[in-house]
Design a protein around this ligand. Structure first.
Ligand code: C2E
Ligand code: CA
Ligand code: CA
Length: 283
C-alpha cells in the first residue's frame, strides 16, 4: 500500500464516520416513452483537505480494507430515506443501488437489506441492486445470495456488462432482471459497426432471457437514437441527466417530460448540441 493510499484510506474512514459522504442520483428513463423508471444512487466524497475524490478510487480501497459494509449500509439507509421523501412529494420511482461483490459474501446480507426496507417502510420491489463482477469472485459463486434477493422481491442488474469477467453463462444461470450494457460499446455508436453488433446482440440475448436491456453512458442524440433502434429498453447518461442532487430530481422530471419528444424529433440534433456540452461537466 502506498503512502498516498494510506492517507486516502484514513481520510475516508474519518469521512464515513463523520457522515461527510453524500449521494447523487442519476435518472434512468424508458426508451419507449421517456418515463423515469428508476434512479441510480452514486456516492460522492468531497474532502475538505483532499478535494473531490472519485468513487472509482475510494470504493476499491474500502473493499480491500473492511470498510465496504459500513459504506453500503450508510448508502442504503440514506437512499431508502430519500425514496420516502420523493414519494411524499408525489414521485414514485425505483432505486438502483450499487452493491460490491465483497458484501455479497455475507450470507445474511439479503436479510439485512430486507430488514432495512421494512424499517424504513420501502417495498422491496422498489429496489434494484446493481452488481459488477469482482476480479476474484465470479458472481456464479454467489448464486445462493442472489436467489435470496430475488425471493425477497428485489431486482438484480448486472452492471458494466461486456467488460471484465462478465460472461454469457452468468446471464443464463443467475437470476438477473436487467443487463446494463457498458458505455464502452455505446461510445462509438452509431458509426462503429462492431459496437452496433455487440449492443444489438446483448439486447436480443437479454430479451430472449426475459431481462431488461439498459444502455449506459449515452451522451449524444445520435447515440440515443442508435440504442433505441437497436432495441434497448432503458437509457442512462449525461444526455438524459448528469447525477443530480436529490432536491433537483422532481424539477428535472417535469422538465424532462416536456423535453423528451424534442429529443427524438428531427430538429433535436441542433437543439441538443448545447445541452450535451453543458452536461459533460457534472453538476
Ligand atoms: P457505475 O455503477 O458504472 O456508475 C456509472 C458511472 O458513470 C458513474 O460514475 C456516473 O457518474 C458515470 N456516468 C453516468 N453517465 C455518464 C455518461 O454519459 N458518460 C460518462 N463518461 N460517464 C457517465 P461515478 O459516480 O464516478 O461512479 C464510478 C463507479 O463507482 C460506479 O460505476 C460504481 O461502480 C462505483 N460506485 C459509485 N457509487 C457507489 C456506491 O454507492 N457503492 C458502490 N459499491 N459502488 C459505487
Ligand atoms: Ca451501477
Ligand atoms: Ca456501469
Amino acid at each position: 500500500m502506498t503512502a498516498a493510499d494510506r492517507k486516502l484510506l484514513e481520510s475516508f474512514r474519518k469521512a464515513l464516520a463523520a457522515h461527510r459522504l453524500s449521494l447523487v442520483y442519476q435518472p434512468k428513463v424508458s426508451l419507449k416513452d421517456g418515463h423515469l423508471g428508476r434512479v441510480e444512487a452514486l456516492v460522492r466524497w468531497d474532502d475538505p483537505e483532499l478535494g473531490p475524490i472519485s468513487p472509482s478510487r475510494f470504493v476499491p480501497l474500502a473493499e480491500e480494507h473492511g470498510l465496504i459494509d459500513p459504506l453500503t449500509e450508510w448508502g442504503l439507509r440514506t437512499t431508502l430515506r430519500q425514496w420516502r421523501i420523493w414519494r411524499d412529494q408525489g414521485l414514485e420511482t425505483r432505486l438502483a443501488f450499487n452493491i460490491s461483490a465483497v458484501s455479497l459474501q455475507r450470507l445474511d446480507f439479503p436479510d439485512l437489506v430486507e430488514r432495512m426496507c421494512r424499517a424504513l417502510d420501502v417495498p422491496t420491489d422498489r429496489l434494484v441492486l446493481e452488481l459488477t463482477e469482482g476480479a476474484t469472485q465470479p458472481l456464479v459463486r454467489l448464486m445462493d445470495t442472489l436467489t435470496r434477493f430475488r425471493i425477497k422481491g428485489m431486482g438484480l442488474a448486472i452492471d458494466d456488462f461486456g467488460t471484465g469477467y462478465s460472461s454469457l453463462m452468468q446471464l443464463r444461470q443467475l437470476p438477473f432482471t436487467e443487463v446494463k450494457i457498458d458505455r464502452c460499446f455505446v461510445k462509438d455508436l452509431p458509426a462503429a459497426h462492431d459496437s452496433r453488433l455487440i449492443v444489438k446482440t446483448i439486447t436480443e440475448l437479454a430479451h430472449g432471457l426475459g431481462l431488461i436491456a439498459t444502455a449506459e453512458g449515452v451522451e449524444t442524440v445520435e447515440q440515443l437514437r442508435s440504442v433505441r433502434e437497436l432495441g434497448c429498453d432503458v437509457v442512462q447518461g449525461y444526455l438524459i441527466a448528469p447525477p443530480l442532487h436529490p432536491d433537483e430530481l422532481i424539477a428535472w422530471n417535469s422538465d424532462f417530460a416536456r423535453r423528451w419528444p424534442t429529443l427524438l424529433s428531427d430538429e433535436s440534433l441542433e437543439l441538443w448540441s448545447d445541452v450535451e456540452t453543458d452536461a459533460l461537466g457534472e453538476r
